[in-house]
Ligand binder design. Structure first.
Ligand code: SF4
Ligand code: SF4
Length: 476
């Protein structure tokens, strides 16, 4: 049965907005940088225009932990609102693929008829046409997902260059397309029930105060259609009358009194409209994706029988059972909130204190110190400068401690391009007055446009006896 109603309309609007954001996302830039790019292949992540490198991995892990806890907290308060309203699986399934299916094959009963019909021209045209459209959209979705990983420019190259130049990329796109096609044409709600871990954790995340699509059993039970019950009772009374003439007094047993019936007329509309194929009147179930279709269906029935809407509605178990409408801050919600706040504070603090550049300076392993003609000693070092920003940085390395050291770069390349790494080597010369026998601690300063970016400490090796009869070369 096609879903309809005010909740479905609201979900259509939300889905339309999210689909626009999803398809426009890779093209949105902030100061010329992608809004979101999760390049796991190159281990480079851009989130809201900020670039994160493997050295920022702790931030990604912390952000992922914070997100998981936020989902746990959100779920314990609002149940599976995410599933019905914002999950990409539900949005693509219900608002794209299912709509196309209704458009081509008609509603549920028309689809059933078509499936049972012999393979005539109409059936072939409808089925083949539907699957071609399904695959085309799956291909489009696969491309969009890939553009969030490698960026639109790289994706455009894969699509426009000769296939032989991007064989791996094309294979990945094809695999993704077939996976999406399989999910949306065959597996559908089974993905929510058997694949998605979020659905499986529901039982531990929700409690009696969690809000969910719920059947008001206090108002609905005992269920039954008054007209049908009356008819059945009359039939039973007549049967008694025929069987035992003169003894048919009072109501036959096994039938509720019509005036005692609840508001549920047992019409089955809520079951027929459910994409997960469940009966919400049996209570909250793992298969329920909170799509609200049963709320709309039941509200329409209530309108027709002149009863108030909301027999199926967003409510907690306690709301239904003890009519406790007020939101309750349970110990569980308070606990989750406290940990979430701590994680958020930590994340924000670490994010704003993270450096936009990173420098690694190491004395070349296995190299020797050397003594110069003027009596000073030299060591050779390697450096690696990581520019995490989107701007070119002119970098200068200076010796800060001991102050009388002198540094000579090998080569001149000190301009580091955006989001790139530059490596090089340099000599450090120290006078003996600044050295300690054997090993001396040295500190370098890394500057850009006169601003100190990083301080790096390393060691400088020299002879064990500085004033003695030393060899000029020593391997450490
Ligand atoms: S019971 Fe079915 S129709 Fe109702 S919200 Fe859950 S999945 Fe949707
Ligand atoms: S749609 Fe409403 S009235 Fe009909 S069976 Fe479901 S809960 Fe009962």
């Amino acid at each position: 049965m096609k879903p309809f109603g005010r909740f479905y309309k609201a979900r259509e609007i939300v889905a339309a907005i999210l689909l626009v954001v999803f398809f426009a996302g890779p093209f949105i830039t902030i100061h010329g940088h992608p809004l979101l790019m999760l390049n796991v292949l190159e281990r480079k992540f851009v989130i809201f225009g900020f670039v994160f490198w493997p050295s920022d991995f702790y931030l990604i892990v912390l952000a992922a932990l914070t997100l998981v806890l936020f989902i746990v907290l959100f779920t314990s308060i609002f149940g599976r609102v995410w599933c019905g309203w914002t999950c990409p699986q539900t949005i693509f399934m219900e608002m794209v693929f299912r709509k196309i299916e209704y458009w081509i094959e008609g509603d549920w009963s028309a689809q059933k008829r078509l499936n049972a019909a012999p393979w005539n021209r109409e059936k072939i045209v409808k089925k083949v046409g539907k699957h071609i459209i399904f695959y085309t959209i799956s291909f489009l979705i696969a491309n969009m997902f890939l553009s969030y990983i490698i960026g639109v420019d790289a994706l455009w190259k894969i699509v426009t260059d000769p296939p032989s130049e991007h064989l791996t990329g094309l294979i990945i796109i094809s695999i993704f397309s077939f996976v999406f096609y399989g999910v949306f044409s065959r597996f559908r709600e089974q993905v929510c029930q058997f694949v998605c871990p979020y659905g499986r954790y529901q039982s531990v995340l929700v409690d009696e105060d969690s809000i969910a699509v719920t059947y008001d059993f206090m108002r609905g039970e005992p269920r039954g259609n008054p007209k049908k019950v009356k008819r059945q009772k009359q039939a039973a009374v007549s049967k008694q009358h025929v069987d035992v003439v003169g003894l048919a007094t009072g109501d036959p047993v096994g039938f509720p009194d019509v005036k005692d019936l609840g508001d549920c007329i047992d019409c089955g509309q809520c079951v027929r409209v459910c994409p997960a194929g469940i009966d919400i009147r049996n209570g909250i179930q793992m298969e329920c994706i909170q799509c609200t279709a049963c709320i709309d269906a039941c509200d329409e029935v209530m309108d027709k029988i002149d009863k108030p809407r909301g027999l199926i509605r967003y409510a907690s178990y306690n709301d239904v059972k003890v009519r406790k409408h007020k939101f309750r801050l349970t110990p569980r919600v308070m606990g989750y909130s406290a940990v979430l706040l701590i994680l958020l504070a930590l994340l924000v603090g670490l994010f704003f204190s993270r450096s936009e550049t990173q420098t690694i300076i190491l004395r070349d392993p296995g190299t020797m110190y050397q003594q110069m003609q003027d009596g000073r000693y030299t060591n050779i070092y390697s450096y690696k400068f990581i520019n995490k920003t989107f701007d070119t940085r002119n970098v200068e390395i200076k010796i800060l401690k001991p102050a009388d050291g002198s540094l000579t770069l090998i080569g001149l390349a000190q301009s580091v391009g955006p989001q790139s790494i530059q490596q090089g080597r340099f000599f450090l010369a120290l006078p003996t007055k600044d050295m300690t026998p054997g090993r001396t601690e040295v500190t370098f300063g890394v500057y850009s446009e006169g601003k100190l970016l990083d301080k790096v400490t390393s060691s400088f090796i020299g002879p064990d006896k500085l004033n003695g009869n030393n060899s000029n070369n020593k391997q450490q």
